[in-house]
Design a binder for this molecule. Sequence first.
Ligand SMILES: NC(=O)C1=CN([C@@H]2O[C@H](COP(=O)(O)OP(=O)(O)OC[C@H]3O[C@@H](n4cnc5c(N)ncnc54)[C@H](O)[C@@H]3O)[C@@H](O)[C@H]2O)C=CC1
Ligand SMILES: Nc1nc(O)c(N)c(N[C@@H]2O[C@H](COP(=O)(O)O)[C@@H](O)[C@H]2O)n1
Length: 226
Amino acid sequence: MHVVVNAAESVDGKIATREREQLRISGPEDFARVDRLRASVDAVMVGVETVRSDDPSLTLDDESLVATRTADGKSPHPARVVADSRGRTPPEARVLDDTAETYILTSEATTDEYRRSLEEGDATPIVAGSDRVDLGAAFEALAAHGIESIMVEGGGELIFSLFAADLVDELRVYVGSMIVGGRGAPTLADGDGFVGAFPDLSLESVERLDDGVLLEYDVTDADRGD
Ligand SMILES: NC(=O)C1=CN([C@@H]2O[C@H](COP(=O)(O)OP(=O)(O)OC[C@H]3O[C@@H](n4cnc5c(N)ncnc54)[C@H](O)[C@@H]3O)[C@@H](O)[C@H]2O)C=CC1
Ligand SMILES: Nc1nc(O)c(N)c(N[C@@H]2O[C@H](COP(=O)(O)O)[C@@H](O)[C@H]2O)n1
């Protein structure tokens, strides 16, 4: 699985406010870039807290990208993937509509009944892990469904877990010209944090977009002692 993490943060590293409300950090040029990145992958993934706070669609906005995918014999939109260990995706969430295929990654902590309710709504549950989603095992299961590339949009808990499991190949960060503050506001990578050894990033490009900067990194080494 090729994994690209993409997120937008403020200058002080926040991806949302302390109230966890959705924050418009990107401008039009960056949102268009995100749409192109979505169009280039097999699936777009978020954590369930992002679904609960932002209710994203995770589909393509630009109809010409939809047309290009269709002409290439692909589904009109990439599949949607939610990491949701305990079955907390609201039934009315936009990721569960019929615009695109959706996979809900769950753990054994969810019930058969919950998983059946997802299937009745045309989403595909994948069980990986006993208490929390085992992301490596889940990606193997997604690969069996033909998903070979995935773009992860957040939030900070999921992104940290992916780095901790050494599953990230590329990181793209848009830094918007704003300060958000708040010690409890989510950042690009939250979780328990690394101590002593950190993911090894190689800066590949820097580009000004709108009133901010896009930073693109390759993740080169998993030399972490956690
Ligand atoms: N600015 C940006 O680019 C973005 C901002 N956000 C913001 O991020 C916030 C949500 O982020 P978070 O609270 O960090 O939640 P999150 O979206 O990362 O979801 C975390 C949840 O995912 C589930 N999960 C299942 N398996 C997991 C695993 N192995 N590791 C980690 N989580 C796992 C758990 O229920 C966990 O509580 C929202 O406020 C949203 O607005 C979200 C995406 C992009
Ligand atoms: N790239 C980017 N820039 C921002 O400023 C953002 N707030 C986000 N948030 C992410 O985009 C999702 C919204 O997706 P839809 O447009 O509804 O499909 C949101 O849930 C975050 O994942 N991203």
